[in-house]
Design a protein around this ligand. Structure first.
Ligand SMILES: CC(C)(COP(=O)(O)OP(=O)(O)OC[C@H]1O[C@@H](n2cnc3c(N)ncnc32)[C@H](O)[C@@H]1OP(=O)(O)O)[C@@H](O)C(=O)NCCC(=O)NCCS
Length: 278
């Protein structure tokens, strides 16, 4: 058994792992994680195959995000995920990272509890299918960099490297859906992109619920089909907005933390960036 860094040659097997768990990430999502965090994405290879993964995306030293904790079905219950997560925590400690967070499924939660993570808040996946027919004019567009201060206040750490990357190409590009255009105004931003199963809208940070409405509408008008949106139920205006657009909750997860809590403004966050990103 070898525990090692993930490399670009693992991408197809990594995608197979997330897809067989029913997750929405594309190969572009995996590629982005490897590009942003080449020294902190890990895998376990067994019998010449990628058997398990865990990724850690540092946002400076104050915070890092743990994600993509996956074990191939035929290798589960052998301690692989626990081993990978423990290794990732060790590396995070060596890097001086103070707080770790993640969004846990019911299957993942016991692993993290044993390693000292505590539940911070709930996060829900909401889904909607259809064609959004209203015009989504959010106002004059600005560069995402001009919203660095707003995002820092909302999220509690500097994630501009990620946001710039998501905004340049939209969240991702594929041949059928074309390029997804980010919607960024002086009042906030909403990004979106096609996923393995459905379009994904997020992250969205906005100064007011009205701004969030226009920004998200600006995304939904760009493509028809099924959409996913990760909502914080304790942000009542955000939950209400998702309901008004016709989305319904389909999965409940918990956001967990290990280390000191971080000052953040939950009320400004209308959509998460992704369970592996924060
Ligand atoms: C969750 C997952 C990564 C666990 O992988 P694994 O390699 O089997 O995990 P481990 O063998 O290290 O198990 C660690 C502990 O997790 C818990 N656990 C593991 N699989 C579980 C399951 N299917 N249901 C409930 N608890 C589970 C158990 O408490 C286990 O402790 P035990 O061995 O003393 O019983 C794997 O089931 C998986 O890929 N699931 C689908 C994707 C997912 O939900 N990932 C978690 C994202 S937060």
């Amino acid at each position: 058994m070898s525990l090692r860094l993930l490399t670009p040659s693992d991408l197809l097997q990594a995608l197979a792992l997330s897809s067989s768990a029913g997750w929405n990430q594309t190969i572009t999502d995996w590629q982005r994680l490897l590009d942003l965090a080449p020294e902190t994405c890990f895998g376990i290879e067994l019998d010449g195959r990628l058997a398990a993964t865990a990724t850690l995306l540092p946002y400076g030293v104050s915070l890092a995000w743990l994600g993509m904790v996956l074990t191939r079905r035929d290798y589960q219950h052998r301690g692989l995920a626990s081993r990978l997560v423990a290794h990732t925590l060790q590396v995070a400690g060596d890097l001086g990272i103070k707080t770790l967070k993640l969004d846990a499924t019911g299957q993942g939660q016991p692993i993290y509890e044993k390693l000292g993570f505590v539940v911070e808040r709930r996060i829900e996946r909401w889904v909607w299918s259809g064609e959004f027919d209203a015009q989504g004019d959010a106002g004059p567009l600005v560069p995402i960099e001009s919203l660095a201060g707003l995002d820092y206040d909302a999220f509690g750490a500097n994630r501009m490297r990620l946001l710039a990357r998501l905004a340049v190409s939209g969240r991702s590009v594929n041949a059928t859906a074309g390029t997804s255009k980010p919607v960024v105004t002086g009042d906030g931003f909403a990004l979106w992109g096609p996923g393995h199963i459905a379009n994904y809208v997020g992250p969205c940070v906005a100064r007011t619920p009205e701004a969030a409405h226009s920004l998200i509408a600006g995304c939904l008008t760009q493509a028809a089909g099924t959409w996913m949106w990760d909502v914080f139920p304790d942000n009542e205006p955000g939950r209400e907005l998702a309901g008004r657009f016709g989305f319904q909750p389909v999965r409940r997860l918990v956001r967990m933390r290990r280390g000191p809590s971080i000052a953040e403004r939950h009320e400004l966050v209308y959509a998460a960036a992704g369970f592996e990103l924060g």
